[in-house]
Write a protein that binds this ligand. Structure first.
Ligand code: C2E
Ligand code: MG
Ligand code: MG
Ligand code: MG
Length: 281
């Protein structure tokens, strides 16, 4: 009867929860080991000046090189890292590693670029991100002006006053602040204006159907124009085709990232790309 069905549905639900929780715990434990054993690494995706085509920066994107599974994408482990708090040590490692690598490239005489590091909302709760950035800069010797932190609109939604103060301290250090995946959250540009922000990154979802979608072209053009009117630099993510780049050039977008220039690359390959650019000019 209904009662039996109700009970079995309840049991099934409990079991699947246990299963999911067990999987999460397992990934969490393996992730801590990976961090301790140096199985995390960064890939770097070029950020390109739309007008000149020159690489002006690199976004650092974390990967997990598992001895058995191979390369694991951040989509699979960042949520676990956030839920468990492992994002604290993981995020500090990413910040230090990106700064160390950036300074090594500078020391090797490669063209000067900026390093962009992703910071999730949870990291702002767990850590003093201004202190964390200051430590990574001091330890590496990278100038603060070469570091950019990417945060999402949702990070600005929670405890806005505290966030404003941390961002102000970061800006006082000389670190740039970018809003990642802009247009997917609920924050208006009016809300953004309350924070010391330097860069808007237009979410890749808006690029996908350009030039086929008149709506997405209108949204893209509006974000670029409004960003500029607020004195912000605007970068488009997920640029895959020459048509998309033409659109951005016509609209005066400052920079872009995407497969059109390059996928995220291991450090060595990224350095080769930078080197090639240097010798081409
Ligand atoms: P994100 O910060 O928005 O990074 C952009 C994502 O888009 C990257 O995925 C990148 O590989 C992908 N992408 C770049 N160009 C193109 C393109 O032309 N077409 C398409 N379809 N995709 C493109 P990835 O590396 O898998 O990273 C996924 C997300 O994981 C990132 O999104 C970021 O939110 C998060 N993440 C990555 N590394 C870190 C990290 O070190 N810390 C934190 N907290 N989050 C990270
Ligand atoms: Mg990002
Ligand atoms: Mg993004
Ligand atoms: Mg994204």
């Amino acid at each position: 009867g209904a009662k039996a069905r109700g009970r079995s549905a309840h049991c099934f639900f409990d079991e699947s929860m246990t299963q999911a929780a067990r999987e999460r715990l397992e990934i969490e434990a393996r992730l801590r080991t990976a961090l301790a054993q140096g199985h995390l690494l960064l890939h770097y995706q070029p950020q390109v000046d739309v007008a000149t085509g020159r690489i002006e920066g690199a976004e650092a994107l974390v990967r997990w090189q598992d001895p058995e599974e191979g390369l694991i994408s951040p989509a699979r482990f960042i949520p676990v890292a956030e839920a468990s708090g492992v994002i604290g040590p993981l995020g500090r490692w990413v910040m230090h590693e990106a700064c160390r690598q950036g300074q090594q490239w500078r020391a090797a005489g490669l063209p000067a670029i900026r390093l962009a590091v992703n910071v999730s909302p949870r990291q702002f709760q767990l850590d003093d991100m201004a202190a964390c950035a200051a430590q990574a800069l001091a330890a590496s010797g990278l100038p603060a002006g070469c570091l950019e932190l990417e945060l999402t609109e949702s990070a600005l939604a929670e405890r806005p006053e505290e966030m404003r103060q941390v961002l102000q301290r970061l800006q006082a250090l000389g670190v740039r602040i970018a809003v990642d995946d802009f247009g997917t959250g609920y924050s208006s540009l009016a809300h953004l204006k309350r924070f010391p922000i330097d860069v808007l990154k237009i979410d890749q979802g808006f690029m996908r159907d350009i030039p086929a979608s008149a709506d997405d072209m209108a949204i893209g053009a509006t974000i670029i124009a409004m960003g500029h009117s607020l004195g912000l630099t605007v970068l488009a993510e997920g640029v895959e085709t020459p048509e998309q780049l033409t659109f951005l050039r016509e609209r005066g977008c400052d920079s872009y990232q995407g497969y059109l220039c390059s996928r995220p690359l291991p450090a060595e390959q990224f350095a080769q790309l930078l080197q090639t650019q240097q010798s081409a000019t």
